[in-house]
Design a protein around this ligand. Structure first.
Ligand SMILES: Nc1ncnc2c1ncn2[C@@H]1O[C@H](COP(=O)(O)OP(=O)(O)O)[C@@H](O)[C@H]1O
Ligand SMILES: [Mg+2]
Length: 252
């Protein structure tokens, strides 16, 4: 079943067209990834899905409903939740207060308490410092807090904008384990990443965008093997068609 469908989405910042007719869909229960170089339009896409950017053209459907005209809070109430680029933790607030930010649309105090307890169980590092300012957390811990805060909003679609950016290798692998775990527990995830190989390894479907357009889409394993992707995003130069040595040997 399709949970999110994006059709012909076009977003402009003044005269700059950031998204130029993007179409893609995310199935219920999957990890979908969107890849692309800096400036490709990945953050704009996620921001348009949550309602923070207004498209000039195109439509968004979530769980069968047209949400294109819905404001941010209405989409959030539907379960469309973004963990933004750069995490956006409120560092002067405590860890617990940051988690409560994720619950601001909820009124079920008991349910919120239970969800926060579950987050502390998952992230003991956050639990022990719950009443301390979030500024005491490392970058990796802040990313866990940002994800925790998103979970308190009861997401049905969690979108992550370059969550591994700036994290140590240890936290990067913990982060990808966490993404797998959350998905196994039933959460649908839309992951934007720079770590292309890692994202393709966890994802069930992938879309590559370039200058606001879809240039490749499909099975992550097939994309992983595609030389165009390897060249553009995995930083590997294409193999030369022939090894020059035999040629020289043939001449001499
Ligand atoms: N607030 C903004 N005002 C003007 N141009 C923007 C703004 N945000 C992004 N852009 C432009 O839109 C394009 C896509 O940006 P972005 O969505 O941030 O790409 P990505 O997340 O893939 O790096 C880029 O050309 C960028 O310079
Ligand atoms: Mg971005």
């Amino acid at each position: 079943m399709t949970l999110l469908s994006v059709s012909d989405l076009t977003v402009a910042y003044g005269r700059v067209t950031a998204l130029d007719g993007i179409s893609l869909s995310v199935r219920q229960g999957e990890i979908a990834t969107v890849l692309g170089a800096n400036g490709a339009g990945k953050s704009t896409l996620l921001r348009a899905i949550v309602g923070a950017e207004k498209p000039v053209r195109g439509a968004l459907r979530f769980d069968g409903r047209d949400v294109t005209a819905d404001p941010v809070h209405k989409r959030l109430a539907q379960g469309i939740v973004l963990v933004p680029e750069g995490r956006r933790i409120l560092i002067s607030l405590t860890i617990e207060e940051n988690l409560l930010v994720g619950a601001h649309l909820r009124r079920d105090a008991e349910g919120i308490r239970r969800d926060i307890a579950a987050i502390y169980e998952r992230f003991p590092n956050l639990a022990t410092r719950r009443h301390m300012a979030a500024s005491c957390l490392s970058g990796g811990e802040q990313q866990m807090l940002a994800i925790g805060r998103a979970m308190v909003a009861r997401p049905r679609l969690m979108m992550l904008d370059e969550p591994s950016l700036g994290l140590s290798p240890l936290f990067v692998s913990r982060l990808f384990d966490l993404i797998r775990e959350l998905n196994r527990d039933g959460l649908t995830i839309l992951l934007v990443e720079q770590k292309t190989a890692k994202a393709l390894a966890v994802a069930h479907s992938a879309t590559v965008i370039e200058l606001g357009r879809v240039v490749m889409a499909g099975d992550p394993q097939i994309l992983q093997a595609d030389p165009r992707l390897q060249e553009a995003y995995l930083g590997r130069s294409p193999q030369p068609a022939e090894d020059p040595r035999p040629i020289r040997q043939a001449i001499s």
